[in-house]
Design a protein around this ligand. Structure first.
Ligand SMILES: Cc1ncc(COP(=O)(O)O)c(C=O)c1O
Length: 312
């Protein structure tokens, strides 16, 4: 498993881009509020409730896609079945962004698959706050493709296949520190347990918040969400956030500015209103406290505060 430090999705694309890019030059992403990829030429709109969308896949410009980067956002696996069929039909590469979804699962044709095991390759982030986090930056790229794995190994070590032998002028130093690898190996053993704990906390939130005027995270029968983040939607999100803050409850916005509104992507020519769902999401989402060590008492305190604020 090659390791990198950091930026998994870009890293993966660099590898594929150097070897398998065909006449098709257009990449699409199913999530418009998170991952940052310099090579993208077109975004797809996000579905309203999960910020993920497996279908339909098309580009507005009508350009042929070379690949798709499904982002398992917040820890909820994207509905991969339609994407995988599409990829097979049109010979598209699927690069999973599993940076928020370590251990998440998706059932396809009766079989449970882990996020990151369904595309040709996938990127995982080990940023400290992730479900599997190091003590500093780090990440991994995974693949079942032997040739790709070989090239990834070269790239992560200055294009070198063995000491003093350089196979490619492409490459850089993205070796993961041994100390981080040691920490990650230990934490990997408890990942499933911590994810189970996150799921229990999410269930408690669900129970305590369901009567409130909030849209809560959705989970389908064929997925196991790992709740990297617990994101609700509120009509007057800013007010709710301010009031929670006044009660010493810290929340987050993931993410406040949709990609098509970022300066970095102005060259794509999008304007306000190009992706209304994403814009609506950006103005209504709120990440409530979530980590495996949160107690039910703390969850109840957050829920009680939400109830008090929203009932006024
Ligand atoms: C969905 C997603 N993609 C990509 C990244 C980038 O990961 P890193 O910062 O480790 O390169 C992150 C990190 O926050 C992420 O959440």
């Amino acid at each position: 498993m090659p390791v990198y430090n950091p930026t998994p999705v870009n890293w993966t694309k660099k590898v594929i881009g150097s070897s398998q890019r065909s006449e098709a030059d257009n990449w699409a992403i199913t999530d418009s509020v998170s991952a940052i990829c310099w090579f993208l030429e077109e975004f797809l709109e996000a579905e309203c409730y999960t910020d993920n969308d497996g279908s339909p896949i098309h580009t507005k410009s009508g350009k042929r896609m070379a690949g798709i980067i499904p982002v398992h956002l917040y820890g909820l696996p994207v509905d991969m079945k339609p994407l995988l069929s599409l990829a097979e039909e049109y010979n598209l590469l699927i690069i999973e962004d599993a940076c928020q979804a370590h251990g998440a699962e998706y059932r396809i044709d009766g079989e449970w698959k882990r996020a990151g095991s369904m595309g040709i390759t996938a990127g995982f982030s080990f940023y400290p706050a992730k479900n599997l986090g190091a003590l500093g930056d780090g990440g991994a790229v995974v693949t079942n493709d032997h040739e790709l794995a070989l090239k990834m190994r070269w790239l992560h070590d200055h294009g070198s296949s063995e000491k003093f032998i350089h196979q490619s002028a492409n490459g850089w130093n993205s070796r993961l520190d041994a100390i981080q690898a040691a920490v990650l190996s230990l934490k990997l053993k408890v990942l499933d347990e911590w994810n189970a704990r996150r799921r229990m906390i999410a269930a408690r939130y669900q129970e305590m918040l369901e009567e409130l005027p909030l849209a809560l995270p959705v989970e389908y029968d064929n997925v196991r969400h790992v709740y990297h983040l617990y994101v609700v939607r509120a009509e007057d999100r800013d007010y709710l956030q301010e009031e929670l803050s006044a009660r010493a409850i810290q929340t987050g916005l993931h993410y406040p500015i949709p990609l098509h509104r970022q300066k970095a992507y102005q060259y794509l020519g999008y304007t306000p209103g190009s992706f209304p769902n994403s814009e609506k999401s950006a103005s209504s989402i709120l990440s409530l406290p979530m980590h495996p060590f949160l107690t039910f008492e703390q969850v109840d305190r957050v829920a009680a505060a939400c109830s008090e604020i929203l009932s006024i």
